[in-house]
Design a protein around this ligand. Structure first.
Ligand code: 1HN
Length: 347
C-alpha cells in the first residue's frame, strides 16, 4: 500500500461531491488514516502531580457537596482529548473527594468502576449490600450494574482515583444508568464478607459465578504489598517491569474486571528498566517511592499519589530512584479477548 492517498483531480473531486449527499464516500481518500501501520491515536503522555492537583480538589470541596454533585470528581483529561472525559482513548480517570460526614448517593450504571485509594482512611464504598472501608493503596471494584454509594464517617477528607471504562462503553453505545431510591443502600452483609469467601484461596463449595467481575471487590494494599515484599527475595526481576502482578478474579484467573486490567508492580531501588511498548495505553499511579518514566523523548518524574498516562504503543521505560510501587490500569483484557493485544520489548 502506498503511503500517500491517490492525487485528487477535478474529475474525482466532482465525483466525491456527488457521493456526499447520497451518504457515500470514497474509501481510497481515507484508507491510510483508517488503517494505520501502527497505533496512531491522539493520546499523549501526561502527568498530574498530586501536590499541584490537591488544592483544586479541596476547592471543589468548598464549592459543591458530594450530594449535590452526585460524585464530586475532577476529571483527569488527556490534553489531546480535551472535553472528552478521557485519560486514554478508552479509559476515564478522575479524582474523587468525599469530606467527613458526606454521602455520595446510591446509583448503578453499565460502566465498571475501579477505585484506587490515595488519601484518607476509613471512608467506605458500599457495593451490593457490603461496605468496604478504604485505606491508601487499596484497589476496589464497582462491577457493572451494581448499586454503589460512598460515605465518609471519618474525620478526614478521603480521596481516591476513579478509573472507569466510560469511553469504551460510549463506543459501544451501551450506557444505562439508574439512580437509587434511597441515598444509602441497605447493608446486608458484614464487612470483609466477600474477601473471606472468595479471596482467601478458597471458594464456597457450591458457588457458581454470577457475573463477569471478580466476586472479591476489595484488594487491600497490605496483602498486595506483602506479596511483592515476599517476591522480592528471589531477585527475579523482569527487565521491563521489575516485579509486576495482575489483579485477578480468583475463581477464573481472568482479569478482576471484564473491561479493565489492573496491575501492581515493584521497581527496586536503582532500577533502570528496558524499553517496552504494548497496545494498551495505561493510567499509572505511584503508590510509594520516586522515579521517572521515559516516554519517547519525554520524561515524567513521579512521586507518591502522582497519576500519569502512557499512551498505546509508546516506547517507555521506568527508572526508580528509590524502591517504588506503581499501580496501573488499562484495557488490555478487552484487547486480549478480541485478539488485538500486542507487546514489544527492546531487542
Ligand atoms: C461514578 O458512578 C463514580 O460511583 C465515580 O464514584 C465517577 C464518573 C462518571 C460516571 C459515573 C462513583 C464516575 C461515576
Amino acid at each position: 500500500m502506498e503511503d500517500a492517498a491517490p492525487p485528487r483531480t477535478p474529475e474525482r473531486e466532482a465525483f466525491y461531491e456527488e457521493l456526499a449527499p447520497r451518504h457515500m464516500a470514497p474509501l481510497w481518500e481515507v484508507l491510510r488514516a483508517l488503517i494505520t501501520r501502527e497505533p496512531a491515536g491522539p493520546c499523549v503522555p501526561v502527568i498530574w502531580h498530586y501536590d499541584e492537583v490537591r488544592p483544586y480538589l479541596m476547592r471543589s470541596g468548598a464549592l459543591i457537596t458530594a450530594k449535590e454533585a452526585e460524585r464530586r470528581v475532577l476529571i483527569l483529561e488527556n490534553p489531546a482529548l480535551a472535553g472528552k472525559a478521557a485519560a486514554t482513548h478508552t479509559l476515564y480517570a478522575g479524582l474523587q473527594l468525599i469530606l467527613p460526614g458526606e454521602v455520595a448517593p446510591a446509583h448503578r450504571h453499565s460502566q465498571s468502576a475501579l477505585r484506587f485509594v490515595l488519601e484518607g482512611e476509613g471512608a467506605y464504598t458500599a457495593v451490593d449490600g457490603e461496605r468496604t472501608y478504604m485505606s491508601p493503596g487499596d484497589f476496589i471494584i464497582t462491577p457493572s450494574w451494581t448499586w454503589h454509594d460512598h460515605g465518609n464517617d471519618s474525620d478526614r477528607p478521603m480521596v481516591w482515583l476513579d478509573g472507569l471504562d466510560i469511553p469504551l462503553v460510549s463506543f459501544f453505545d451501551a450506557s444505562f444508568m439508574e439512580p437509587g431510591n434511597a441515598e444509602t443502600q441497605l447493608v446486608t452483609r458484614p464487612d470483609g464478607d466477600a474477601l473471606a469467601r472468595y479471596g482467601s484461596g478458597l471458594l464456597p463449595v457450591d458457588w457458581k459465578p454470577a457475573g463477569k467481575t471478580s466476586p472479591v471487590f476489595s484488594y487491600p494494599y497490605a496483602r498486595t504489598r506483602e506479596a511483592l515484599e515476599q517476591m522480592k527475595r528471589r531477585q527475579d526481576w523482569d527487565a521491563c517491569h521489575g516485579l509486576k502482578l495482575r489483579y485477578i478474579d480468583p475463581s477464573t484467573g481472568e482479569s478482576a474486571m471484564p473491561t479493565m486490567s489492573t496491575f501492581m508492580q515493584l521497581l527496586p531501588h536503582g532500577f533502570a528498566g528496558a524499553s517496552y511498548r504494548s497496545t494498551d495505553g495505561a493510567v499509572y499511579v505511584c503508590v510509594e517511592g520516586r522515579g521517572e518514566t521515559r516516554i519517547g523523548d519525554q520524561s515524567l518524574a513521579w512521586g507518591p499519589r502522582d497519576v500519569f498516562v502512557v499512551p498505546s504503543w509508546a516506547k517507555h521505560s521506568h527508572r526508580a530512584a528509590a524502591e517504588s510501587v506503581l499501580f496501573s490500569f488499562s484495557d488490555r483484557t478487552v484487547q486480549e479477548k478480541l485478539g488485538l493485544w500486542r507487546e514489544e520489548r527492546a531487542a
